[in-house]
Design a protein around this ligand. Structure first.
Ligand code: E4P
Length: 215
């Protein structure tokens, strides 16, 4: 399973890279707005740190606008993936990006049929938002299961990128279902390693280690 970090914060990205478990980055306009920096500068800075896929989201909503913005963003670095909203104009653009060899991440997916359309258009990644579905009392994980089944049924190569993850249990369930990628906020990434018994156990081992010499 690949781990992406869902942030535009350079400090968070650097820390996650140091842990040696980071495969890529996803951003969105809300995350970029928090940085108070120009969009293209943010994407460039991230690509200088992370060699893996970096999703940069277009803000145009018509095919030609999406194509124009996407091609411009794709010039920033070879690892930029163009994030496109799951709307008819977005699907049209995804098809053309695929023909041009530009990778895409189709975002704001909330039902399996949308994911099927994205795969047919040639999306590299599909981003189903599990947390936002849970927020409205629908099952985000059921959606992941459905998409994985559908993609397997027809051998689609579009990768299932589980997004809008709110807690470590989301990640575990996604991994159990065999999702290709999970994109995690820094807060969730930090929680993954923690268990109180790990801390207590380490404290005891270190206390006992003081009772013997190294050589
Ligand atoms: C996905 O790529 C999105 O950036 C993100 O996961 C959305 O998460 P949220 O629902 O916590 O805003």
């Amino acid at each position: 399973m690949e781990f992406f970090i869902d942030t535009a914060d350079i400090g968070e990205i650097r820390q996650a890279m140091e842990w040696g478990i980071l495969d890529g980055v996803t951003t969105n306009p809300s995350l970029v707005a928090k940085t108070q920096k120009p969009f293209k500068q943010v994407i460039k800075e991230i690509c200088e740190i992370v060699p893996g896929p970096v999703s940069a989201e277009v803000v145009a909503t018509d095919r030609d606008g999406i194509l124009r913005e996407g091609r411009e963003l794709a010039q920033i670095a070879p690892n930029v993936v163009i994030k496109v909203p799951l709307i008819p104009e977005g699907l049209k653009a995804v098809k053309i990006f695929a023909q041009e060899g530009i990778k895409t991440n189709v975002t704001l997916c909330f039902q399996a049929n949308q994911a099927l359309l994205a795969a047919k258009a040639g999306a590299s990644y599909i981003s189903p938002f599990v947390g936002r579905l849970d927020d409205i009392s629908q099952s985000g994980m059921q959606l992941i299961e459905e998409i994985i089944t559908i993609y397997r049924n027809y051998n689609f190569t579009t990768k299932v990128l589980v997004a809008s993850i709110r807690h470590p249990e989301h990640l575990k369930q996604a991994a159990l279902l065999g999702a290709d990628v999970a994109t995690l906020p820094f807060s969730v990434l930090s929680q993954l390693v923690k268990h109180p018994l790990t801390d207590i156990g380490l404290e005891r081992f270190l206390a006992d280690a003081k009772k013997f010499s190294w050589d």
